[in-house]
Write a protein that binds this ligand. Structure first.
Ligand code: TRP
Ligand code: ZN
Length: 890
């Protein structure tokens, strides 16, 4: 198949669809050699379109067997033509309403892109978002075309006993001659084709039910490969919790009689919200305490919630075009965050979110693929399922929530649904509903959707003892990003408080205010620079800023070390309390790194150890919070603070600090460890036990750095015998990094034990890929040849190559360039199989301009080698081209 040089798609070129589809009747016949798809589309011209464009449908890799218009077979060349294999253009006039039928053959068994209809091992399934439906049949593949679907699926009854599609069964299953059978499905809700799904396979079904608050009985079905039935109970409970939570928080009810989730092992992303038939990566459904970590469990809960919440924010109200992706994703991530906070510790959840935003989204927004939450141009839309669209998008929604308050936000959501249910809309429509419901002008807020880059907020404070006033000044600025040289100020809600000398919040009353003032309040910054004067402040306060991480900005304030230690001890806001410790640790680690780079002796000041010890020894603290507070910022996060990342010195400094803490506080670590170990229960998944394991294993992660035979034996024993995967992984991670002589033995025992469990084998790959040991590149090369490795299974690629390229700053950036070469080879090979996954791996070079000249050159060589490949996908082409365009310094 040939294809012309890909052209970018632009938001400004949007035009309404010239033709609409009312009904889709699909007959899918799964045969041995191929699958035949007969589509019958009931269509009409769109009165809202300017008219007279020819009828044009999207396709990809379809073998067209027939095209029939109103019962009359069309001839290629005279009645229609196919351009580049991607557009079917009917050159005959069509009526105001008409029926178009096509018959195509597709080949799911050899579909390695995992888009459209494909074989995920024994399970055949679809993935249509964003543009996979065109790989199934000719169709106007855009989200603003919404239709009612009826689907008939036919296949061998023994190999594919289960045949599913969206909606409700439409009649009984029919037996057909030759051991075949047929199932029909009908979805009463009009939907864009990206929400279409079908599944065929030999699957086990675990069933439960939910009664909505208006009394509708909904069957809940989880379909998994046989043998995995005992790993769905957690996800099932999470689904019921999500349904109940959404009713209570937003008044949203399930609108279906059945809600099904299918788990497949080969999937490009986490999960997909297809109407009533979610398809999930096994990694986001299956979980059992002996095989999944606590982090995995919480992630399953979040993703189950996320896909369910899409039913209202995404499916019933969908996107007008793909530029509006964050309309559904940002809002739905915000909703899944609210859900996770309601089910777990809100403080720990918020800290996780902030940390992830800083490490991943800030890096993206400061790099060559920086784009606004609502991008305005793309080559491959799949490249825009990013941390910016998802996580920064969620922060934008959260800021609205902060500014409007819980009740105001809810009023906005109610109005949004009342106005737009059943429609395909834009980010502006969401914002307008929020504004109108609250009688507010939110027009400046649109800048959060259209402007890329992470705003910097520089804060300073002056205390005037005689006037008893404290003046806080905030300056915002944004560095230029690709395509956006000039930036405008944005409205930034800064939640803050002022701590008095006793560590308690003072009433924060602004000049001119009559009331006393809340102790924690939101300042809205709208100008490039703004000052706020607080009155009746008896003594110099310590400001606590950006509480709860109230805006996705980089905030600085010239806190002294004493002030940071004070905040760590007293801040009533857990996020800011945690963050004070992070700021302190970052400062120290950057200083140590510089010292190391200049060959000087690194020193750890006593006040840092004291502050650390205070948290470790404070038994009244929530263990989950203590564990996050005692985790030092990672090497990536530290690297982001450096103009030129000092890869090796950063690692040396961080390791030295960890060792030093481990040795100095060894007794405390040991005492805490034994105390917590006494409370352990490997099956328990409640917050208290998750927190206990987190802190216990944090203690072990420090103790593991001590060269002591007893401790090392304890680590080996935990790796081999612990009954809970969180505990096993904590011990394995220590071994992966260290020089324990039993390391290799334990790794092979682990593989022996878990070789049959793919999700656990993924962990085995990723532990080795993220090791800081100097032989890691060689190990990864070897592991790529391992019988269990496959470039065709995204989970494997993400575990091994993703682990190495994205989670191992030290070894990926090894100065000999071997890490870059390995990843270059992998991208080239992957691109021919699965462009979505290849392009995701290609973002690993995104930070190349932040390294020294030698490393920059080595990375450039790899990128140029990738670009020189024939038939490079538009996905990888777009990422690599943009990355190479990054200017020399920033
Ligand atoms: N819409 C999905 C979600 O956020 C994610 C998604 C988009 C996806 N494209 C995909 C999943 C391709 C799998 C494959 O939940
Ligand atoms: Zn989503």
């Amino acid at each position: 198949m040939t294809s012309a040089a890909p052209q970018p798609v632009r938001l400004e070129d949007y035009a309404p669809p010239p033709y609409l589809v009312d009904e889709v009747d699909l007959s899918v016949d799964i045969q041995d050699a191929h699958t035949l798809v007969h589509a019958r589309l009931t269509m009409r011209t769109n009165s809202e379109s300017s008219g007279d464009s020819p009828l044009q449908l999207d396709g990809h890799g379809l073998e067209t067997r027939a095209v029939v218009l109103d019962g009359q077979e069309l001839r290629e060349g005279t009645d229609y033509r196919i351009e580049d294999g991607q557009s079917l253009i009917v050159t005959r006039p069509v009526g105001a309403s008409f029926v178009l039928e096509t018959v195509c053959a597709i080949d799911p068994a050899n579909n390695t892109a995992l888009e459209g209809f494909y074989a995920a091992g024994p399970i055949w399934c679809t993935q249509c978002e964003a543009q996979g439906f065109r790989r199934i049949t000719w169709y106007p593949d855009r989200p603003d075309v919404m239709a009612r679907f009826t689907v008939s699926l036919e296949a061998d009854a023994a190999r594919f006993p289960v045949l599913l599609s969206n909606g409700n069964p439409h009649g009984e299953a029919e037996s057909l001659p030759g051991g075949r059978h047929r199932m029909r499905w009908h979805d009463p809700h009009p939907k864009p084709c990206y929400l279409f799904a079908m599944v065929a396979g030999d699957l086990a079904c675990v069933e439960d039910s939910f009664v909505t608050r208006s009394g509708r009985l909904v069957a809940l079905r989880f379909f998994v490969e046989h043998g995995n039935e005992d790993q769905v109970s957690y996800a099932m409970q999470a689904l019921k919790n999500a349904m109940l939570w959404d009713e209570r928080a937003y008044g949203f009810e399930v609108d279906l009689n059945t809600y099904s989730v299918v788990a497949v092992g080969s999937f490009n992303m986490g999960a997909m919200e297809n109407k009533g038939l979610n398809i999930f990566n096994t990694s986001c459904v299956l979980a059992r305490t002996d095989q999944a970590t606590d982090g995995d469990f919480l992630y399953v809960e979040k993703v189950i919630g996320h896909e369910y919440f899409h039913n209202w924010t995404g499916n019933r109200i969908t996107c007008r075009d793909w530029f509006q992706l964050s309309l559904k994703e940002g809002l739905t991530v915000f909703r899944d965050q609210q859900f996770s906070a309601a089910m777990n510790s809100p403080a720990v959840e918020r800290i996780k979110e902030a940390r992830m935003l800083r490490v991943r989204q800030f890096a993206e927004d400061e790099g060559p693929t920086s784009h606004p939450v609502r991008p305005n141009q793309y080559m491959a839309i799949d490249n825009f399922y990013t941390a910016t669209v998802y996580e920064k998008g969620a922060e934008v929604v959260r800021m609205l929530h902060t500014m409007l308050g819980e009740a105001g936000f809810r009023r906005g959501m109610d109005l949004y649904v009342r106005r737009h249910d059943g429609q395909a809309v834009r980010c502006e429509d969401f914002l307008a509903a929020m504004a109108d419901a609250n009688d507010q002008d939110l027009s400046a807020f649109m800048g959060w959707y259209t402007q890329s880059g992470t705003p910097r907020l520089e804060a300073t404070g002056i205390y005037d003892a005689t006037a008893r006033r404290f003046t806080l000044t905030l300056r915002q600025s944004s560095a230029p990003t690709p395509g956006q040289p000039d930036k405008h100020p944005l409205p930034i809600p800064v939640r803050m408080g002022l701590l008095g000398p006793d560590g308690r919040d003072l009433p924060a009353r602004l000049e001119g205010e009559k009331e006393e003032g809340q102790t924690s309040r939101v300042l809205l910054i709208t100008q490039p620079e703004q000052s706020f004067t607080f009155t009746d402040i008896p003594a110099p306060p310590v400001p606590s800023l950006l509480r709860g991480f109230s805006a996705p900005v980089r905030l600085t304030y010239p806190w002294s070390e004493e002030e940071l230690t004070f905040l760590m001890k007293h801040d009533s806001d857990p996020f800011s309390r945690w963050d004070a410790g992070q700021v302190l640790a970052i400062r120290l680690l950057l200083t140590m790194t510089d010292t190391h780079a200049h060959g000087g002796p690194m020193e750890v000041p006593g006040h840092f150890i004291a502050a650390f010890a205070r948290i470790l020894e404070d038994e009244s603290l929530d263990p989950a919070f203590a564990a996050t507070a005692l985790s030092l910022p990672g090497e990536m996060e530290l690297g982001q603070q450096q103009r030129v990342v000092l890869v090796d010195s950063l690692h040396a400094a961080r390791t030295m600090l960890r060792r030093h803490l481990a040795e100095t506080l060894r007794d405390s670590f040991q005492r805490r460890w034994s105390q917590l170990a006494a409370q352990s229960d490997p099956q328990a998944l409640d917050g208290a036990h998750i927190g206990q394991r987190a802190l216990q294993n944090l203690c072990l992660s420090y103790l593991g750095l001590v060269e002591d035979d007893d401790i090392q034996a304890q680590v080996v024993s935990q790796a081999l015998h612990a009954a809970n995967m969180t505990d096993v992984m904590a011990a394995m991670a220590i071994l992966a990094d260290g020089q324990n002589p039993k390391r290799d033995e334990v790794f092979s025992a682990f593989h022996q034990k878990w070789g049959h469990a793919p999700l656990v084998v993924d962990k085995w790959f990723s532990l080795q890929a993220t090791s800081s040991r100097s032989d890691t590149v060689g190990q990864v090369r070897e592991l790529m040849k391992h019988a269990d490795f496959s470039m065709k299974v995204p989970n494997r690629v993400y575990a091994l190559l993703g682990g190495f390229a994205k989670n191992n700053q030290l070894q990926f950036n090894s100065a000999n360039g071997q890490g870059y070469a390995l990843v270059g080879d992998a991208i080239i090979e992957l691109d021919q199989l699965n462009p979505i996954v290849a392009a995701r791996m290609a973002t690993a070079f995104g930070r190349w301009r932040s390294f020294d000249a030698t490393r920059q050159n080595l990375m450039r060589q790899q990128m140029e080698r990738i670009l020189a490949q024939p038939r490079l996908s538009p996905n990888t082409l777009e990422i690599i081209t943009k990355t190479l365009e990054a200017p020399e310094t920033r």
